[in-house]
Design a protein around this ligand. Structure first.
Ligand code: 3PG
Ligand code: CO
Length: 511
């Protein structure tokens, strides 16, 4: 039978503090000028690799090895931390949605029946990331959803798009909008009143996470629900092209816009009697908007108007909060995570990162559950992230502060496991700024050093690994691995994660 109680390890000594360090976005790739980890001074990570080759391994962090649909799927933090925290591989949201769409089961579930009630008299709003990145959402899933609802009696559909440029190349938003507009035109030809109603860049509109900056969600609310935004266009393609032409503009940070008719009236605000689906499968960046849409009592910003709607998520985004209460596809059931085992065995845990990655070592680690398993045995510390900046402006981020907290937790003797996420390689890597990413990698390496020094001081054990690649390759490549040039003749910067493996290093404790 199943028991939470863990037997003692036959050889490992008891009572040693274990540090688990996750370097976010830190893959292993051939050294070259686009490998920021190679370009940076990283003496600590270099010494781990050289020092004990028998205890330095590469592990896959992408594709089916971590529960993603195909080998073309790059790794990401949700999948990476789910796998690390649970020690098992689960079919992930992307895959589960694919299966539910392929079998048609998505249209038979409770969530779909719930929103379908509005198809006759209301509008169906679809809000999410317009991208084929496969990290938060996928365009082909949106297309199948649109097809499915149009075959099941929907009369009016409004899509609220969020442009990507972070999991996919910057500038790819234009092509995605063209594809979607084409699909919507086909639906109109079949008698469904279908249009894009609003939009904005994912980092500026709606997709904040871990309550870093509610104003991001508010900008989305204003455009999607109230039909208000600083920019108004009659056509989404024109909107994206014009806004991208502004100096320093990019897909990730496009300002919010609404689509209006000839008389200047927004074509798709969300009103009483409508249905709303957030079509991202990934949880972290949907939780805040889900709260705004679902909670009767809500004080994070002034919603001005709170429409009576039927709302469903593509997935359930938070298993502890049961948020949202309606969803189209059941999430992976990530049970018996390591964190839960630890509390059942009286093992004390300390977890820390800065805001933008805090949920990675807590929420994702614990199988997409917010909160503690046992507050008496666990302490989670969040260092506030700088908000309102892009992280190439502050590539050091809070690495040092995270390391100091971990060091103090290790030296305090109050914890058995101390785990951290060091965000630099990933968050700065996503900006596409190579110079800043080099600075970021150096800072993360120094943080690892501080934590390992503390472990050495107490005679503890360390495990250093990463969730997926990012900073080790900053250029888009062709199949043969050659950097690709854009239309402008310049190399195409890769802001996204990669398919590279990550290293896993530990130390000898039993010889
Ligand atoms: C993001 O949400 O920032 C990116 O899409 C994925 O990055 P992460 O998986 O490293 O969080
Ligand atoms: Co990332």
């Amino acid at each position: 039978g199943f028991s939470w109680k863990l037997a003692d390890h036959p050889k490992l000594p008891k009572g040693k503090t274990v540090a688990v360090v996750v370097l976010d976005g830190w893959g292993e790739a051939t050294p070259n000028e686009y490998n920021c980890i190679h370009k940076a001074e990283t003496p600590c990570m270099d010494s781990l690799k050289k020092g004990a080759p028998e205890r330095w391994r590469l592990v896959r962090a992408h594709g089916t090895a971590v529960g993603l649909p195909t080998e073309d799927d790059m790794g990401n933090s949700e999948v990476g931390h789910n796998a690390l925290g649970a020690g098992r591989i689960f079919a992930q949201g992307a895959k589960l949605v694919d299966l539910a769409l392929a079998s048609g089961k998505i249209f038979e579930g409770e969530g779909f029946k719930y929103i379908k009630e509005c198809f006759e008299n209301g509008t169906l709003h679809l809000i999410g990331l317009l991208s084929d990145g496969g990290v938060h959402s996928r365009l082909d899933q949106l297309q199948l959803l649109l097809k499915g609802v149009s075959e099941r009696g929907v009369k009016r559909v409004r899509v609220h798009i969020l442009t990507d440029g972070r999991d996919v190349l910057d500038g790819s938003s234009v092509g995605f909008v063209e594809t979607l507009e084409n699909d919507l035109a086909n639906l109109r030809a079949k008698g469904v009143d279908a249009r894009i109603a609003s939009g904005g860049g994912r980092m500026n509109v709606t997709m904040d996470r871990y309550e870093n900056d509610w104003s991001v969600v508010k900008r989305g609310w204003d455009a999607q629900v109230l039909g208000e935004a600083p920019y108004k266009f009659t056509n989404a393609l024109e909107a994206v092209k014009k806004l991208r032409a502004e100096p320093k503009a990019n897909d990730q940070y496009l300002p919010p816009f609404v689509i209006v008719d000839e008389s200047g009236k927004p074509v798709g605000p969300i009103v009483d009697g409508d249905a709303v689906v957030t079509f991202n499968f990934r949880a972290d960046r949907m939780t805040m908007i889900a709260k705004a849409l679902e909670y009767e009592n809500f004080d994070k910003f002034d919603r001005v108007r709170y429409p009576k709607i039927r709302y469903a998520g593509m997935l359930e985004y938070d298993g502890e909060l049961k948020l949202p209460s309606h969803y189209l596809v059941s999430p992976p059931e990530i049970d018996r995570t390591s964190g839960e085992y630890l509390v059942y065995n009286g093992i004390r845990t300390f977890a820390c990162s800065e805001t933008v990655k805090f949920g990675h070592v807590t929420f994702f680690w614990n199988g997409n559950r917010s909160g503690y398993f046992n507050a008496e045995l666990e302490e989670y510390v969040e260092i506030p992230s700088d908000s309102g900046i892009t992280f190439n402006e502050q590539p050091l981020m809070k690495a040092l502060q995270i390391a100091e907290k971990a060091r103090d937790a290790i030296l305090s003797g109050k914890f058995d496991q101390v785990r951290v996420n060091l965000p630099n390689g990933d968050m700065v890597g996503h900006t596409g700024d190579i110079e800043a990413t080099v600075v970021a990698c150096k800072a993360a390496d120094a943080a690892v050093k501080m934590i390992l020094d503390a472990i050495e001081q107490v005679g503890g054990i360390y495990v250093v690994t990463a969730d997926h690649g990012n900073a080790e390759d900053m250029v888009k490549r062709d199949k043969s691995g050659k950097p690709l040039l854009g239309k402008d003749g310049k190399i195409q910067i890769l802001t996204s994660h990669t398919l590279e493996p990550v290293s896993f290093t530990t130390m000898s404790v039993i010889d």
